[in-house]
Design a protein around this ligand. Structure first.
Ligand code: CTP
Ligand code: MG
Length: 238
């Protein structure tokens, strides 16, 4: 199994969450949220290390430099998520070759399962371009008019919600993100940057509960998930 590095954008401020602390540092189950996200990644034996992109001078970063004997590096992120990912790609060790696959995963997405991560690594690694975890849209989609009324119902067939991790080749992803930035386009995920180059990443269906923490309700949901997993461990006799 090839060694894989991860870039983790964690330089956001959590404006929509509205807490004093950026959401990646909010406590959940006695640890900062980002600790759970890191744990979910290092749980996979192919993960060689992680580069975390932090806001410059981040006072809340706990200063970790390894996890389970594997390296944990940091770099300064940028003003947008895409700029933070690009900075993280540049901070990868030299041992990561231009055509090696790398993973990108949001610090704010702590509930990634080992099963989904394995699926992405196995199936994405067999695709020439790479792949993303995603889930089909299940709700009925409405297009709103200016007055707040419904103008139309949009067909949801073939529509997917993009999650992270996303897996692409190091150099190709750097070039794709730099090209979008150079054209003044703010891409909201890595796949979008690749698509703009005419490439077609593979969609891999993942669990709905690989959700991103955006609001306090999401954090409550994650804490509920943590307690549920703890209960399951408690009753399985492990
Ligand atoms: N992120 C980043 N650099 C930025 C903006 C965001 O590294 N300039 C990271 C966030 O820390 C998060 C991930 O990208 O882990 C997804 O972004 P999002 O959920 O939007 O987080 P925030 O930008 O912190 O939240 P908000 O948009 O509500 O301010
Ligand atoms: Mg944001």
């Amino acid at each position: 199994m090839p060694a894989l590095w991860v870039v983790m954008p964690a330089a956001g401020r959590g404006t929509r969450f509205g807490a004093a602390l950026p959401k990646q540092y909010l406590p959940a189950g006695g640890r900062p949220l980002i600790a759970w996200t890191l744990e979910a990644l290092y749980a996979h034996p192919a993960v060689a290390g992680v580069v975390v992109a932090l806001s410059p001078g981040d006072p809340d970063w706990p200063g970790w430099d390894e996890y389970a004997g594997r390296p944990l590096l940091t770099c300064a992120g940028g003003a947008t998520r895409a700029a933070s990912v690009l900075a993280g790609l540049e901070a990868l060790p030299e041992s990561v070759r231009a055509d090696d696959f790398v993973l990108v995963h949001d610090a704010a997405r702590p509930n990634l399962s080992l099963h989904d991560l394995s699926q992405l690594i196995e199936r994405g690694g067999a695709d020439p371009v790479g792949a993303i975890l995603a889930a089909p849209v299940r709700d009925t989609l409405k297009r709103a008019g200016d007055d707040g009324g419904i103008d139309a119902t949009e067909p949801r067939e073939r529509l997917w919600r993009a999650f992270t991790p996303q897996m692409f080749r190091r150099l190709q992803l750097s070039r794709a993100l730099a090209a979008a930035a150079g054209q003044g386009v703010e891409v909201t995920d890595e796949a979008m940057a690749m698509e703009r180059l005419g490439l077609r990443p593979l969609l891999i269906e993942g669990a709905e509960d690989n959700f991103k923490i955006t609001t306090p309700a999401d954090l409550a949901r994650f804490e509920f998930e943590l307690e549920r997993k703890q209960r399951e461990r408690g009753t399985s006799g492990e």
